[in-house]
Design a protein around this ligand. Structure first.
Ligand code: SF4
Length: 324
C-alpha cells in the first residue's frame, strides 16, 4: 500500500458571526465541518464542489493558515496543529500553496529571481553563492527562461505568472502542494500547459497535491482520488475512475452531469440543481443537501446520513444506500 503523506481527520473550521452593539458571537459559519481524507505520496487528491462549499477554507486550514476548531492534520508524521511557531516555520517549505490569482500573489516590486529565491534564502536551502544558479535551474524546470530572472511580474502573461508561482513553491522542495484553483484564472489553451507542468513536476519530484477546483474536467485529468464537498462536508470520496464511472451521491451526479462531452452525438442528461446553496451559518437539518435533492425522502429531513464505505474505497453519505 502507498505511504500516506497527509492525513486530514474530522477537520473543522467555524468562523464566528458577531452581532449587536457589543459585537457578541451570535452564531458560527461552519465552513469546514468534519472533513477527512488522506493523500498518498506522489498522488493527487482532487477536492471539488460549488463555490462556497468550503473547499478553499479546508485547504487553508490544513496548511494552518487558519487555526482549526476540531480535528487533526498529520503531515509526514507530524501533527500540524500541535507544532509551535518555530516548528511550524521549519516545516513550511515542505507544505506549500499555489493560489488562484498569480498576479496578486506576486510582489510587483520584486524581480522574478528574488520572488523565487527569497524563501529559499530565508530557509537556507542552498548556499548563497549557488542561489542564482539554483533559481535558474528551477525556472527552466518550470518552463521559464534564464533571462526572465531579472524581469518583473507585470512583464509576463497570466500563464507565465502562474509558472513563476509554481517555481516559487517548487524551489522550496515541498512534499505537498495545495493548489487552490490554480488554472481557473487562465485561458483554456494555457490551462492544459500548466496542468501538464504540475503533472511533470509530480512525476519527477514525487510531490503530492491537494488540487482544489470547481472544474471537473481538470480534476478528472489530474487527480488519483476525488472528494466532493457540500456545505462544509465531504459527501462522497473515491478513486478517480470509480467516482467518474459510478457517482453515487445525488449532488455528485448533478455536478458530473454538467461536464461537457467532446462528442456532439452524445446527448447530455443534465441534472439541474434547483435553488442556491444554503448558508453554512444555518445549514438545513438532516442531510444538508435535502433542500435541493430530487431524491429527498422523509428521513433525509431529520437524520444526517452516515458517511460509509460501499466498496472499492468509495465513501458516500446518503440515505439512498443506507437502506440496502
Ligand atoms: Fe438526497 Fe436524502 Fe441522499 Fe441527502 S440523504 S442526498 S436528501 S437522498
Amino acid at each position: 500500500m502507498s505511504e500516506v503523506i497527509l492525513k486530514v481527520d474530522n477537520l473543522k473550521k467555524h468562523f464566528p458571526i458577531k452581532g449587536g452593539l457589543l459585537q457578541k458571537v451570535v452564531g458560527h459559519v461552519k465552513a469546514v465541518d468534519g472533513v477527512s481524507f488522506e493523500v498518498k505520496k506522489g498522488s493527487t487528491f482532487g477536492l471539488v464542489g460549488e463555490s462556497g462549499c468550503g473547499k478553499t477554507t479546508a485547504g487553508r486550514t490544513l496548511l494552518r493558515l487558519h487555526e482549526n476548531d476540531g480535528g487533526s492534520v498529520i503531515f509526514d508524521g507530524k501533527d500540524i496543529f500541535a507544532l509551535n511557531q518555530k516548528e511550524l516555520r521549519d516545516i513550511r517549505p515542505e507544505i506549500q500553496l499555489i493560489f488562484q490569482d498569480p498576479y496578486s500573489s506576486l510582489s510587483p516590486k520584486m524581480p522574478v529571481g528574488e520572488i523565487i529565491g527569497e524563501a529559499v534564502r530565508e530557509h537556507k536551502l542552498v548556499p548563497e553563492k549557488e542561489l542564482r544558479n539554483y533559481v535558474m535551474q528551477i525556472m527552466r524546470e518550470c518552463g521559464l527562461q534564464d533571462h526572465h530572472i531579472d524581469r518583473y511580474p507585470h512583464e509576463f502573461s497570466g500563464g507565465q505568472r502562474q509558472r513563476i508561482c509554481i517555481a516559487r513553491a517548487i524551489a522550496l522542495k515541498p512534499k505537498v502542494v495545495v493548489c487552490d484553483e490554480p488554472v481557473s484564472a487562465l485561458d483554456v489553451s494555457i490551462q492544459a500547459q500548466v496542468i501538464n507542468l504540475l503533472m511533470d513536476l509530480q512525476r519527477d519530484r514525487g510531490i503530492s497535491y491537494v488540487f482544489i477546483s470547481h472544474d471537473l474536467s481538470v480534476v478528472e485529468h489530474i487527480s488519483d482520488e476525488v472528494g466532493v464537498m457540500y456545505l462544509g462536508n465531504l459527501v462522497e470520496k473515491a478513486p478517480r475512475e470509480e467516482i467518474f464511472k459510478n457517482p453515487m451521491h445525488p449532488y455528485t451526479k448533478a455536478l458530473f452531469s454538467a461536464i461537457p462531452t467532446p462528442d456532439p452525438t452524445v446527448k447530455m442528461n443534465r441534472i439541474v440543481l434547483e435553488g442556491d446553496i444554503p448558508s453554512p451559518a444555518k445549514p438545513p437539518a438532516g442531510c444538508k443537501f435535502h433542500t435541493r435533492c430530487q431524491s429527498c425522502m422523509e428521513i433525509c429531513k431529520v437524520t444526517r446520513p452516515e458517511y460509509k464505505d460501499y466498496g472499492n474505497e468509495h465513501f458516500v453519505a446518503c440515505h439512498l444506500y443506507n437502506k440496502q
